[in-house]
Design a protein around this ligand. Sequence first.
Ligand SMILES: Cc1cc2nc3c(=O)[nH]c(=O)nc-3n(C[C@H](O)[C@H](O)[C@H](O)COP(=O)(O)O)c2cc1C
Length: 190
Amino acid sequence: MKIIAVNGSPRKGGNTDLLLDEMSRIFERNQIETETIFLRDLELKPCDACRYCRQHPGKCHIKDDFPPIFEKSLAVEGIILATPVYFGSATPPIKAFMDRVGYAAKGMRRPLERKIGAGVVVARRAGQNFTLAQLYFFFAVLGIIIVPSPHYWTIAFGREKGKVAEDEEGMVTMGKLAENMVWLAKKLYS
Ligand SMILES: Cc1cc2nc3c(=O)[nH]c(=O)nc-3n(C[C@H](O)[C@H](O)[C@H](O)COP(=O)(O)O)c2cc1C
C-alpha cells in the first residue's frame, strides 16, 4: 500500500512542505509507504491538447518528466494533491499535473478509479475554497474517492515560510486527514 503526495509549491521548505511532513509522520507511524513528488524539482510542461495520448494510451509526446510521474500515479493506492493558493487558484505545476495525468488517464480504462485522493491547500487569506474544489473536481471526474478530514476542510493559513505551523487548527486538520486516509486505505486495500 502506497500513497504519493504531489507537492505543487515552488517554494522549498515552505508551508505546503510543512503540512505534508505532518501527514507523512502519520503514514510512517502506520507503516504506510509514502513518497512526496516535488514538482518543483521536475519538469512538467502544460498539456498542449495534441491528443497523442488518445492514440498511444498512457503516453505523452512532450519530452519531460511525465513518464515516471504518470507511472507512480497509476501504481499507488492514494494520491494527495497539495498546493498553495496563487491568485485564487492551484499553482501551475499542480495544474500541469492534473491536466497531463488526468487526460492521459482518461485515454485509458479508468486506471485511477477507486484510488483514494485528498486535497491539501494553504493560503495567506483568500481563494482556498475554490482551490480545494479544483483538486476535488480532478478526483471526482477520474473516479477517485475523496477523503475528507473529519476535523475541518483541508485548508491551512500562512504566508511566510513556516507560518502555517502557527495555524493550530490547520495542522490538526491535516493530521486528522492523514489518519482518515490510513483508516480508509486499510479498509479498502488490506
Ligand atoms: C504568486 C503568488 C500568488 C499568491 N496568491 C494568493 C492568493 O490568491 N490568495 C492567498 O490567500 N494567498 C496567495 N499567495 C500566498 C501563498 O498562498 C502563501 O504564501 C502560501 O503559504 C505559500 O505556500 P508555500 O510556502 O508552500 O509556497 C500567493 C503567493 C504567491 C507567491
